[in-house]
Unconditional design. Structure first.
Length: 439
């Protein structure tokens, strides 16, 4: 059994958290490859080391003094080193960082040092080998991640060592300059390492016990999702539920490696399992509910629309011409509606309207704003009679007007459009009927 374990910033924010992580790793022989993030917030209102590093770089690139911020960063690591009673001196490392920042090494280099230094500390603490991600995570000339080359180089490197720490978030370009993934990208590194190591599990340790059925800012203490498929996760993540960086799914999915989201502060909790496919049923028929506010709808009507070949394409062309991405297109016989993101659409609204008139010559065109979309996601819905009925009767009881209904062709989700003002109540009503009352 081989496990790759990734720890997020809050799991490594100070010596106390590091000690918890150490205990977790030592508790299971199989946890052989460790991917750390940079130290995150110790308390709310604190600053992540990555953000301090970005600040250093902005000062450096404006030829301003960044020594104060760099000292602050150094003291974060020194507190950890002292708290763990390690014999580790980072003086030379900080000299190099200061020099490189002064010479204009750039934002990615700066940001990556958070993970780099935490990797050195972690390797020293665990007695594991340190592998610099710059040697094994490869990007292409154009800045895109080079999955094949990385897998080749990293697999070969991991074969030489039984236990290692590989810092998350960064790699190197062909010219050896440092390149980072987007924010939260240590999750991706963890998945890449899991793939290269042929791990049995990719454990992603964070400060929550996994994915929740609904957003805790809307539902008080929502239930946890025990098992979710990659496809369900994609639907929920797209609608705003975030625990894991979206791009971290691809490397492990390719190899059929499950991800287990675990809580560093509650290691006994089983967390959430993310799997390709499962025979396990969701406890509540639905797996999760998520949603977003801030959509606009453009409704178009034209007599005999259904018999006009290419009508839809012409309408959609008007959006494409303005480079606006489309969310949903529910349609009737002589009507169709296009849902788009308000912030992407508003500045180009009139250009789209004139495009539609020019290309498709509709009879009526109407724009509405202030709409929210709620996605009810669940692999179990397909085979369960009455799910849609329960959703809509819950909404009717809550006196919520449904503005749009779209059931994905995979029957994995039902998307419901409501007014922005009804958004939270819609989620409460659906959560209540499926999870609380389980009617
Ligand atoms: N430290 C980086 C960030 O704050 C990457 C990560 O934590 O995954 O975004």
């Amino acid at each position: 059994m081989k496990k790759v374990v990734k720890f997020g910033g809050s799991s490594l924010a100070d010596a106390e958290q590091f000690a918890k992580v150490g205990a977790i790793i030592r508790a299971d022989e199989a946890r052989c490859y460790v991917v750390p993030s940079a130290p995150g917030k110790r308390v709310s209102g604190d600053t992540k080391v990555t953000d301090l590093l970005y600040e250093c770089e902005s000062l450096a690139s404006g030829s301003k003094d960044f020594s104060g911020v760099l000292r602050e960063i150094r003291s974060r690591y020194e507190d950890i080193i002292r708290g763990l009673s390690l014999k580790l001196d980072l003086t030379e490392e900080f000299k190099t960082i200061e020099k490189k920042l002064t010479e204009g090494a750039g934002r990615d280099y700066a940001a990556s040092r958070g993970e780099y230094l935490n990797g050195i500390v972690m390797a020293n603490y665990l007695g594991y080998e340190f592998i610099d991600a710059a040697e094994v995570i490869c990007f292409k000339e154009d800045g895109e991640f080079d999955a094949d080359r990385t897998n080749e180089v990293l697999s070969a490197r991991l074969k030489e060592t039984g236990r290692a720490v590989i810092p998350g978030f960064y790699g190197a370009m062909p010219d050896h300059s440092i390149k980072t993934f987007s924010r939260g990208g240590s999750d991706i590194t963890g998945a890449i390492v899991a793939r290269a190591a042929h791990a049995d599990v990719y454990e992603n340790w964070t400060d929550v016990s996994g994915f929740l059925v609904a957003d805790p800012r809307i539902i008080k203490r929502p239930k946890k999702i025990e098992t979710i498929t990659y496809l369900e996760l994609r639907e929920l993540a797209y609608m705003g539920a975030s625990v894991l960086h979206e791009d971290s799914i691809f490397p492990v999915r390719k190899e059929g490696i499950p991800i287990n989201i675990k809580n560093t502060n509650d290691p006994e909790d089983d967390g959430t399992w993310i799997v390709e496919s499962t025979a396990k049923k969701s406890r509540y028929t639905i797996t999760g509910i998520a949603g977003k506010k801030g959509f606009c709808s453009v409704s178009i009507a034209k007599d005999m629309m259904n018999s006009e070949v290419g009508f839809m394409r012409k309408v959609l062309q008007a959006f494409e011409d303005q480079e606006i991405s489309i969310e949903h297109v529910p349609s009737g016989i002589d009507t169709m509606t296009v849902f788009v993101h308000e912030d992407e659409f508003i500045s180009k609204e009139q250009a789209v309207v004139s495009g539609i008139y020019r290309l498709a010559k509709p009879d009526v065109l109407e724009i509405e704003s202030g709409l929210a979309l709620v996605a009810v996601v669940g692999r179990g819905m397909k085979s369960m009679r009455g799910t849609a009925g329960r959703i809509f009767s819950a909404l009717a009881h809550a006196r919520i007007n449904v503005r749009m209904i779209d059931q994905g062709s995979s029957e994995l989700n039902v998307i419901i459009g409501v007014d922005n003002d009804d958004f939270e109540r819609a989620i409460e009503a659906i959560y209540s009927i499926f999870v609380e009352t389980q009617l």
